[in-house]
Design a protein. Structure first.
Length: 395
């Protein structure tokens, strides 16, 4: 989600320092590069080694450390940062920044950076409400700093009131919103299906298809990165399921049908990118078949997309159409029969497209049979283009 993003975490001395461990860990899991600068007081609460272990980067605590390769380090950090986060931000650091004081590694780097600065204050209630502190905080806000308002509750000192560090997920969301400019699905609820379903023949064999789930998982990640609240109904897949979304694992087409239909009314956008089996075995055997000649009787599975189309009301429905001939004609017919708003058509016989590849070649077709043919591109790029089209449908 945050791959290629450089986030500098400035940590100052306060009891809430331990909560920053969770923030750094979650940012790294989102593939951000995290560098940590700690004030001397911050190291009294949590050791630099803890943050080095979590961030996989050296932690800077001393402006005059001569053990590393020579570089004007505060300028280097200031230039590479996509955002700079001060958490917890004490009254002391906020006062210094408001007055332009640069007397340690953290303050000198902050004054040199042109990246967005996020400040998450945490302190005693009386300190927070003090008019001098509030004036300093207002100065930073007026200069463009993003302030994550502290929570109200029981403080470490025993007082009850405002000054408690904001919830970790609130701070994390603020960081993501700051470094991810394309948030055009913010707050939208998106249901995506991905992967193949499996229909058992007997105790050891099954019917399935070649879907790996790559396309649907790419869509789920892109929707999440755009700010959507994503539910991923996931069948058999060959790539890891993404973090920070509700993942519902299923095996059979009937299970996928049940899970999707139960969630349609809770979502604004439904994207059917899975490859569910159209048929299942009529008579499943509890034991392994050992006949010399085996004839299977297949029965039709429920049509998930068609049923969603019947009950979707004003929700947006996107379907996929994997074809081997007459691709666009068959795909448009599918869109009409499913009452969909957009169909993603591709010929699975074309080199670079279809199941199991890292690339795809698709044509987007809307209700008016307007066709947008895309060149070969990564499935991540295709996902972005599909969601661009979905966003237009919401406007």
């Amino acid at each position: 989600m945050l791959k290629g993003k450089n986030i500098i975490i400035g940590i100052t001395g306060g009891i809430a320092v331990y909560k920053v461990c969770d923030i750094v860990s979650k940012l790294v899991k989102l593939h951000a590069n995290v560098d940590v600068i700690m004030t001397k007081n911050a190291t009294e609460f949590v050791s630099p080694l803890t943050f080095e272990s979590l961030s996989h980067n050296p932690v800077v605590t001393d402006m005059f450390n001569r053990t590393k390769e020579w570089e004007i380090e505060h300028i280097s950090f200031a230039k590479k940062a996509h955002t700079f986060v001060i958490v917890p931000a004490t009254a002391n650091i906020i006062g210094k920044l408001a007055q332009g004081i640069a007397d340690d590694m953290l303050t000198t780097t902050l004054l040199a950076t042109k990246s967005p600065v996020i400040i998450a204050p945490a302190m005693n209630t009386d300190m927070y409400t003090n008019h001098v502190f509030q004036s300093n905080l207002a100065t930073l806000h007026n200069n463009g700093a993003i302030i994550v308002q502290p929570a109200t509750g029981r403080l470490a000192c025993g007082d009850n009131g405002v000054g408690k560090l904001a919830d970790v997920d609130v701070i994390l969301s603020t960081i993501i919103d700051t470094v991810m400019p394309q948030r055009d699905l913010l707050g939208r609820r998106v249901l995506i299906t991905a992967g193949a379903t499996i229909e058992k023949i007997d105790a050891v064999r099954y019917i399935s298809n070649f879907s790996t789930g790559k396309m649907g998982i790419a869509l789920a990640k892109n929707a999440r990165d755009r700010g959507a609240i994503v539910t991923l109904v996931l069948g058999s897949h060959s790539v890891p399921a993404p973090d920070y979304m509700d993942v519902v694992n299923v095996t059979t087409t009937q299970q996928m049908y049940d899970e999707v239909l139960a969630r349609v009314k809770d979502n604004d956008i439904i994207i059917k990118s899975a490859a569910p089996c159209d048929y299942k075995v009529e008579h499943y055997a509890d034991t392994k078949h050992k006949e010399e000649h085996l004839t299977l009787s297949l029965v039709k599975n429920p049509d998930i997309a068609r049923q969603v189309g019947k009950i979707k009301d004003n929700r947006i429905l996107v379907v996929f159409s994997a074809e081997t001939e007459n691709t666009c004609e068959n795909a448009y017919a599918k869109l009409q029969s499913k009452n969909a708003d957009l169909v993603v058509a591709n010929c699975v016989l074309t080199e670079g497209a279809g199941f199991g590849t890292d690339t795809n070649i698709v044509t987007l077709i809307d209700r008016y049979n307007t066709q947008t043919a895309l060149p070969i591109m990564s499935k991540e790029q295709v996902a972005s283009r599909i969601l661009d089209a979905v966003v237009k449908l919401t406007q």
